[in-house]
Design a binder for this molecule. Structure first.
Ligand code: SF4
Length: 277
């Protein structure tokens, strides 16, 4: 999710199941995927002070319904590019790191891609992490928020919600999808008592108009209780991945926003009583 900017970090590749794709195994495997026992995983990494409080294991799932023009990890967009991994394997790793994660107030963040593309698998990871006594977070655009069940919300301490635009037209241009599901999910999170940290990527010429930024701020206020807003300046670190995948990258030549313009956007949020950095 996006994990739009934070995905530029180095990370270890997840282990693979090595399952043979034979006809005999296929239905068993599909049933396991539907049950959330198996998932398509891009990678995982241990991070500190990113993707939530403390030291965390962030697991990046493959597959995303959005097509953000500024995506830094377009290799996470297609589920078929991921490795098939069992929830038990990830939870086993999490168990091994439990002591250090707990000591820092950290835990598990499920990210992507879009983790709600694989909602049953995400649910298993969150439930397992919660059973270990770890802090849990979901990094999502909210576009598939209706796939997040109430029991999943009850296993969540925090949602990192990417609000990619405030104006529906701009959202459509930036992502190829609709804004409204994100707004519905933000309000639902607040009603359910799940903490929200909003992320907004500032892209010159795409998301940085005063009207769009003001609309983002108004929507966040409308959620009712976002703890903070992080303004992430666009950069070009993901550009080469697009051409490696044979995809057309449309933001060539777009410069990162100036420090002043990023700060001005933060001030727009602060003027509405939000904590922004
Ligand atoms: S396309 Fe998907 S993975 Fe890429 S930035 Fe957008 S939401 Fe994130």
């Amino acid at each position: 999710m996006n994990a739009a900017v934070g995905l530029g970090l180095p990370r270890a590749h997840a282990g693979t199941e090595g399952l043979a794709e034979t006809d005999a195994d296929r239905s068993t495997k599909l049933a396991a995927i539907r049950a959330g026992e198996l998932g398509s995983v891009h990678s995982w990494e241990l991070v500190t002070a990113v993707d939530g409080p403390g030291t965390r294991m962030t697991v990046f799932l493959s597959g995303c319904p959005l097509r953000c023009l500024y995506c830094h990890n377009p290799d996470t967009m297609e589920m078929r590019r991921g490795h098939t991994v069992s929830a038990d394997e990830i939870l086993g790793r999490l168990t091994r790191y439990k002591t250090v994660l707990n000591a820092t107030g950290g835990g598990l963040t499920v990210s992507g891609g879009e983790p709600l593309m694989q909602a049953p698998f995400t649910a298993r990871l969150l439930e397992g992490a919660r059973a270990l006594g770890l802090h849990t977070a979901l990094d999502t655009s909210g576009f598939l928020g209706d796939r997040c069940t109430d029991p999943m919300l009850d296993d969540l301490d925090l949602v990192l919600l990417d609000v990619k635009s405030g104006l529906p037209d701009t959202y459509r241009r930036a992502t190829g999808r609709e804004l409204q599901p994100t707004l519905d999910f933000g309000r639902r999170l607040n009603d359910r008592g799940v903490a929200i940290w909003v992320r907004f990527v500032l892209v010159p010429g795409l998301t940085d108009s005063a009207e769009n930024v003001a609309a983002v701020a108004d929507h966040i206020v409308g959620f009712g209780g976002a703890q903070r807003v992080e303004v992430l300046p666009f950069h070009q670190m993901g550009r080469d991945k697009w051409s490696e995948l044979g995809l057309r990258y449309q933001l060539d030549g777009v410069a990162p926003p100036t420090a002043e313009s990023v700060e001005a956007v933060r001030e727009t949020f602060r003027a509405r009583g939000l904590t922004a950095f």
